[in-house]
Design a protein around this ligand. Structure first.
Ligand SMILES: [Ca+2]
Length: 331
């Protein structure tokens, strides 16, 4: 089984696609969503995780110097959305465990038998045993057999004590299967960005323009030298509880940092120039799905994509230890 990287932060610092999370070249598997469509999460449990947002018009994207024009972050455009609801937090290990228990669903990491794990999270003593391969352009990404949502660092690891962390090692297809159970859907990129901005206009982050207002960390990203050493100055060198940092103006937690979040849209770097400004759905086809928000691996020096306008992508069957999701719902 091959592993590839369309581009990689640190190698192509401002290239689109594959940023921070490598793409897996995997084969076809049965459509995941249909496998669990018969099962449904109790409606009130799903609703309790969500916040309803009014529809409206906002300025999407950025033209600032921090933005990556080649990612399609600009130009800034006015986008109008209908009212919708979105999860307050990323889907946690605890909630995902209920989905698995109810449906018996096998994630794609399980079906294919492996997932990508960041090198420093693999126990040193077991590195040779667990790591089958690394991504050539990004050797910090290790292909680990048996790595999956409830064994995030591979065989022998578990999510005990991490029930309130975002579930990771879930592919876009897995996220859709979850949605089929919960009665939700993935947010469009426009909805995600509208929600992430929290009512602020054209700010870099969900809380404003300063990364650390008054020196205080507001999200879980990387401090130190990538990829060698994460000081964890923000309190975490890896995923953290989804409510570890204060919410934005719309009551959304961890909308940037912690784990990348899948969006419904196909990715196209030209999307900012596309026609239509109402309820954007993204391109009709593509090879990779949009991811937003950045992860605990992001750092300004090589992957400044924890800004609300930033975007990345990955193929829909890829999974890694820094990619999760949150869900939305039409009203
Ligand atoms: Ca951190």
């Amino acid at each position: 089984m091959m592993v590839s990287m369309e581009s990689c932060a640190g190698i192509e610092k401002k290239a689109a696609g594959g940023c921070c999370a490598p793409a897996a070249e995997r084969g076809d598997i049965p459509a995941a969503a249909s496998l669990v469509a018969q099962q449904q999460e109790p409606h009130e449990q799903m609703l309790a995780r969500m916040v309803e947002l009014p529809g409206g018009t906002f300025l999407m994207g950025t033209d600032t110097a921090e933005g990556f024009a080649q990612d399609g972050e600009g130009p800034v455009r006015e986008v109008t959305l209908d009212a919708f609801a979105i999860d307050r937090t990323q889907v946690t290990n605890s909630v995902f465990a209920r989905f698995i228990a109810a449906t018996g669903y096998k994630t794609e990491a399980e079906v294919f038998g492996w997932s990508f794990v960041f090198w420093s999270h693999i126990p040193k003593a077991r590195f040779q045993e667990l790591v089958q391969d690394t991504v050539a352009a990004a050797p910090w990404w290790c292909k680990v057999e048996g790595a999956k949502w409830d064994a995030p660092e591979g065989p022998g690891s578990n999510v005990a004590g991490r029930g309130d962390h975002p579930v990771v090692h879930v592919s876009w297809n897995d996220a859709l299967a979850f949605c089929a159970w919960s009665g939700q859907r993935l947010p469009t990129e426009a909805e995600w960005e509208y929600a992430a901005r929290g009512g602020l206009e054209q700010k870099l982050y969900p809380w404003g323009d300063k990364l650390r207002p008054e020196g205080v960390h507001r999200c879980n990203i990387w401090q130190g030298e990538f990829p060698e050493y994460d000081t964890g100055d923000d309190g975490y060198a890896g995923t953290c509880p989804v409510e570890a940092f204060p919410p934005n103006g719309y009551g959304l937690f961890s909308i940037t940092g912690n784990a990348w979040e899948w969006c419904a849209d196909w990715f196209d770097a030209a999307v900012g120039r596309a026609e239509g400004r109402e309820n954007l759905q993204g391109p009709k086809q593509g090879v990779a799905r949009v991811m937003k928000g950045g992860s605990f691996l992001c750092h300004k020096s090589y992957c400044n994509r924890y800004r609300v306008a930033a975007r990345s992508s990955n193929t829909p069957d890829s999974s890694a230890s820094n990619v999760g999701f949150r869900c939305a719902r039409s009203l």
